[in-house]
Design a protein around this ligand. Structure first.
Ligand SMILES: Nc1ncnc2c1ncn2[C@@H]1O[C@H](COP(=O)(O)OP(=O)(O)OP(=O)(O)O)[C@@H](O)[C@H]1O
Ligand SMILES: [Mg+2]
Length: 339
């Protein structure tokens, strides 16, 4: 019994390779609201801590409790077949078999395993989602957060946070169906793919082609310094069409990699992907949605992870833009539902 209900807050902190995104979610009973949002550019790899502090300051966040994520090549996500067994036995069995699937020494990784739905697996077998991250990566990450005075509640993985953000948005909008939608988050150094059926994540992948490669392609075409192209991307003016033209081949590369994931999913689940939901900084470059719609032959559109949620402070509603760059941060903060 609670005699009074205290508001709890958590910061979702998405520390990307180019920028830090922070979203504070607050919960009072069952009611969730967004109480702060902020971003900051990471100027140099040494300045990540400073960028975290700047994003928190810009947003006016005082909560120290945060959830953030690791990602990249030191994080392995695999769907592996295993003999059916109880959840209690799973962890040990996975530890025993993990070296078949992980290219690192198993003693150096933190493992997590979850049984997936039975669809697509044979009799007596189940598919298990295996996540392994190098322990040193997690330790460095936690040390970074603590060095700026934060208390990490959990360390997640970008691509799962993306799915959690989508689930939260579906809950907020009352969307409750089993349609297949693909989430594609295009950042600076990587593109995250999460194929969702309703609110269930069915397939996850990271591709190391993204905004930096678009920048390179434009820089090459124009004979410009990539740092100047980064500025042009924010205000293309009359150069828009030729920039898009230079970007198209890279988007086609990203698209054909993503198509491979569609093919795999469609074979496994006997269901087709209908729509693509775009997020991440690169997705907001004008025309990226239209170009990807052409590349996929499927509607690809930006989505807003704050849609349907209460804005706990009035000025947040007026921030403008689609907030689609905040998808991962929103998904991280959505952990507040279970604290
Ligand atoms: N408004 C914008 N218009 C066009 N491009 C943008 C805009 N904002 C950011 N970008 C581009 O998006 C990329 C950064 O996106 P984002 O912040 O999602 O990446 P990140 O999370 O830091 O990187 P990663 O997830 O790959 O580690 C950069 O390439 C940048 O040029
Ligand atoms: Mg990112």
């Amino acid at each position: 019994m609670a005699l009074f209900s205290r508001r709890k807050s958590v910061v979702g902190l998405d520390i990307g390779s180019s920028s830090v995104k922070a979203v504070e979610l607050s919960r009072s009973g069952q009611s969730l609201s967004i109480t702060a949002m902020g971003t900051a550019t990471i100027e140099t790899p040494e300045a990540v801590g400073a960028a975290i502090q700047e994003a928190l300051r810009e947003a006016g966040i005082r909560t120290r409790r945060c959830v953030s994520a690791v990602s990249g090549r030191s994080v392995i996500i695999r769907q592996v077949p295993m003999v059916k067994m109880a959840q209690s036995e799973l962890k040990q069995a996975v530890e025993y078999e993990a070296d078949k699937y992980i290219p690192f020494d198993v003693s150096e990784v933190q493992l997590d395993a979850q049984p997936l739905g039975d669809q697509g697996s044979d009799e007596g077998q189940m598919r298990v989602l295996l996540v392994a991250a190098k322990r040193s990566l997690i330790e460095e990450h936690v040390a970074l957060l603590q060095s700026v005075g934060l208390h990490p509640l959990a360390v997640d993985v970008d691509v799962f946070a993306l799915g959690n953000a989508f689930e939260l948005r579906n809950l907020a909008l009352g969307i409750d169906d089993q349609e297949v939608r693909t989430l594609v988050d295009i950042g600076a150094s990587k593109t995250n793919i999460n194929i969702m059926r309703g609110n269930t994540s069915c397939f996850q992948r990271e591709i190391y082609v993204a905004g930096n490669d678009l920048t390179e392609a434009v820089a090459k075409r124009f004979g410009e310094d990539p740092r100047d192209v980064e500025k042009m991307k924010l205000d293309p003016g009359g150069a828009l069409e030729s920039m898009q033209d230079a970007m198209l081949p890279v988007l086609e590369d990203i698209g054909s990699e993503i198509r491979l994931s569609f093919d795999y999913f469609e074979n496994q689940y006997d269901q087709t992907v209908k729509e693509v939901y775009l997020s991440g900084g690169t997705a907001s470059f004008p025309g990226v949605d239209t170009m990807l719609t052409q590349v996929f032959g499927l509607p690809a559109r930006l989505w807003d992870p704050t849609e349907g949620l209460l804005m706990g402070r009035q000025e947040l509603a007026g921030l403008g833009g689609s907030n689609s760059g905040l998808a991962v941060a929103m998904g991280l903060a959505s952990r507040i539902r279970s604290v």
